[in-house]
Design a binder for this molecule. Structure first.
Ligand code: PLP
Length: 465
């Protein structure tokens, strides 16, 4: 106890540390330097109290402060390695962009552009034309509009077409997606009045029909993004709803959430209707995200009948939810890749990851395992295991593509300890724990990241404790 007190008394004063740090970084902000000095003394105090630290010198504490300062100076938003196997990982930035999109962003935003300038007439142009034509070409829609994200797309569509009026939705489709986006709440904010019909598991066409009255503005379908209702169920198809809408002269809108242009059943996944198929049923307006299954930047895409899209575009809310030029550049470049489906699958990372056959992932898992076997202590257990990855992003909730992972167990570190060390590495590696092992799922690890993961693990194992 006495020794601890003696050590505690030796912790340098914060102002002395600040002075020393200032000599090395004279132009750094006072706030940052002070924060580093404070944190360093706190961390050293904690180590002494826990009995982890047996000695202390000014130089040692200064070193701690310098390390903390370097961490504070790092960008806050950083790249991470996604080893979770969840492809459209909502917390890890959803879709990663194809190289073509990155190049377009750099080109357009490092220079002036024709964002709102018509190069033919020399007059003011519209920012929406850059992606309009290609969206129509790819989907067969009559008209298109893009906004900041799909939540905004739903909000502005409802506000334009149904403010003050009723929108009929099945009880089985009142979804909540991550980040507290709930259809009933968005509907309330849009000014539209939700008219729920049916039961959670079963909604019939007559339920919609019986709810129609003189105040009805829309029939709405919402894609059950992140869940499925199984068992004794009944759902009204888009086509049936369209037929009903036609009889009563009511438009039908569908929030697809994660819209896709490619039929994933061709690649061994579950069938998810494509945007083209949904439009072909006659739905008047569809909305979906740019950065879920589409694999592009965050955006909300609104497709449908000319008169409705024109009305949505004129809504003053459109200015508040408008898309920026970097997103437009990335979106156009991503959409261009869809002109050739093979190219889209190869070059759009989200599509490539989802469709990679598990046999290829098995080979890559073996390769990563061999690398790790060479670098890590011999007593570490390193195995290739079969696992299940996820599409994520509220898409294909029942799809569970088979995958392969490298599973790590170590007598030296607990899985939770390893998991947290990896999170604090540079770049952070996000892995998952399963059955007391740390799993690195190859579906979401880029081939060029295998070496990085090996190096980071080797560094962690080299630290003694
Ligand atoms: C994801 C999702 C949204 C919201 O889209 P964002 O692009 O995140 O704004 C809306 N509706 C459904 C059904 C979704 O799955």
């Amino acid at each position: 106890m006495k020794e601890r007190e003696a050590l505690l008394r030796k912790i340098p004063a914060v102002h002395e540390l600040i002075e020393a740090l200032r000599q090395r970084w004279p132009r750094l902000s006072e706030k940052l330097v002070t924060q580093a000095a404070r944190k360093a003394t706190e961390s050293v105090r904690e180590e002494i109290l826990k009995g982890i630290r047996q000695s202390i010198s000014f130089e040692e504490v200064l070193k701690v402060a310098e390390t903390i300062l370097k961490q504070l100076k790092r960008p806050h938003l950083r790249r991470v390695v996604n080893a979770t196997g969840v492809v459209v990982h909502t917390n890890l930035g959803r879709s990663i962009l194809p190289k073509e999109a990155l190049e377009a962003v750099a080109e357009v935003s490092a220079h002036y552009s024709n964002l709102e300038f018509d190069l033919h007439t020399g007059k003011r142009g519209s920012r929406y034309v850059h992606v309009e034509e290609i969206l129509l070409e790819l989907t067969g829609a009559e008209a298109a509009l893009v906004v900041n994200n799909n939540a905004a797309a739903v909000l502005i569509t409802l506000n334009t077409l149904a403010a003050g009026k009723e929108v009929i939705v099945s009880r089985g489709e009142l979804v909540e997606i991550g980040g507290s986006f709930r259809i009933p709440d968005v509907m309330a904010r849009s000014g539209a009045i939700l008219r729920e019909v049916g039961a959670t598991n079963r909604t019939h066409l007559r339920d919609y029909e019986e709810a129609i009255n003189e105040n009805t503005a829309l029939l709405m379908k919402v894609h059950k993004s992140n869940y499925a209702i199984v068992g004794f169920t009944k759902e009204v198809s888009g086509a049936e709803l369209v037929a009903l809408g036609r009889r009563y002269h009511l438009p039908v809108i569908e929030d697809l959430g994660s819209g896709c242009f490619v039929d994933f059943s061709k690649y061994g996944l579950l069938k998810e209707p494509t945007v083209q198929e949904v439009l072909a049923t006659g739905v008047d307006v569809v909305t979906f995200s740019g950065d879920k299954l589409l694999g592009g930047p965050q955006a909300g895409i609104i497709l449908g009948r000319r008169e409705f899209i024109a009305a949505i575009r004129k809504n003053p809310l459109n200015r508040a939810v408008r898309i920026d030029k970097m997103t437009l550049a990335a979106l156009e470049a991503t959409l261009r890749l869809y002109r050739d489906e093979k190219e889209a699958i190869e070059k759009i990372p989200t599509l490539r990851m989802i469709t990679t056959p598990s046999e290829i992932l098995k080979k890559r898992a073996r390769r990563l395992k061999n690398k790790l076997c060479k670098l890590l202590p011999p007593e570490t257990e390193i195995k290739v295991v079969e696992t299940i990855s996820r599409v994520g992003g509220g898409a294909l909730p029942l799809a569970s593509p088979k995958s392969y992972a490298v599973a790590l167990r170590s007598p030296q570190f607990s899985p939770t300890r390893l998991e947290s060390s990896l999170r604090e590495a540079n770049p952070p590696v996000i892995a998952r724990i399963e059955e007391d092992a740390l799993l690195f799922d190859l579906r979401t690890i880029l081939p060029e990241e295998e070496g990085l993961i090996s190096q980071i693990l080797a560094q962690i194992f080299a630290q003694k404790d």
